[in-house]
Write a protein that binds this ligand. Sequence first.
Ligand code: MTE
Length: 326
Amino acid sequence: MLIKRSPQGIDLPLPSEITPRAVFESRREFIRTLALGAVAGSGLWEMANREAFAQAPGAQKLSAALNPAYALLEKKTAYKDATTYNNFYEFGTDKADPAQTAGTLRPRPWTVSIEGEVKKPLLLDLDSLQKLAPLEERIYRLRCVEGWSMVIPWVGYSLSHLLKKVEPTSNARYVEFITLEDKKQMPGLRSPVLEWPYVEGLRLDEANHPLALLTVGMYGEVLPNQNGAPVRIVVPWKYGFKSAKSIVKIRFTKDQPRTAWNLAAPNEYGFYSNVNPNVDHPRWSQATERRIGEDGFFARKRKTLMFNGYPEVASLYAGMDLKKFY
Ligand code: MTE
């Protein structure tokens, strides 16, 4: 491109070099469409990998519009990988176990009780829970503490919609998520790997952050059992174990809840567990991650991002030493 000098000494393009605005804008729109089509929707990628994206036969579809504010522009993890490589210790400790054994979970009928430090406790069945707010599709990155990640199109709505319904009292400072404990449905409960039920927790302001998702589906369908049917949370800026599956009770508390992994190994799994490449797990580094589906000899490691790439949550931790509050 030819450059001329302006009187102020600033380099300016020659008028003949300037692309007319209409042409420039249509080109920009074209590039945007291409990028969105190729990356976010990953239409071509999904078509080329049709088998890996084939979904559960007969699963209930959920209609949910993609929320563009939460549509991560990365290739989605294949449905097959997201539903056969799971952590759900109530169904076994091997990654392949939940897909094989979670058929015994009965996701209907199901109720969720919202109680504790609230003025209006609520008991909701699944249909009422699904209808409480408009369902959205959100494409989030989920980073497991073990060093792998996936990109999943979840279906749900901001947890805050549900939390405000019960009107927390002035004592409420934390929210505890208690998951199903039923030996008849969950063979893994016979093994004492964790204290059952699986419990997780968030500070109230974390739970009210719009990113925290009350999740009832993925890939446009109800959650498969192994992914936490019929209702779980997804907290994308925290390690995956904070995203409790198959929730039956949500309790507002004054004191910080005692959570399953924190009880099992307090020096390894903190209450906060924000994704943080600068704070290593005592037994391994957290600086990089392996994207599920990119395995193989030439698979590159990806750099793990602070708060898993969701910097908008940083203000929740202003003034806190995140090495101490890991
Ligand atoms: N929730 C319950 N009830 N039981 C569990 O064992 N595992 C957690 C979390 N939620 C777990 C759970 C962990 S360690 C991770 S990484 C994520 O679920 C995995 O979610 P996914 O299998 O849908 O990828």
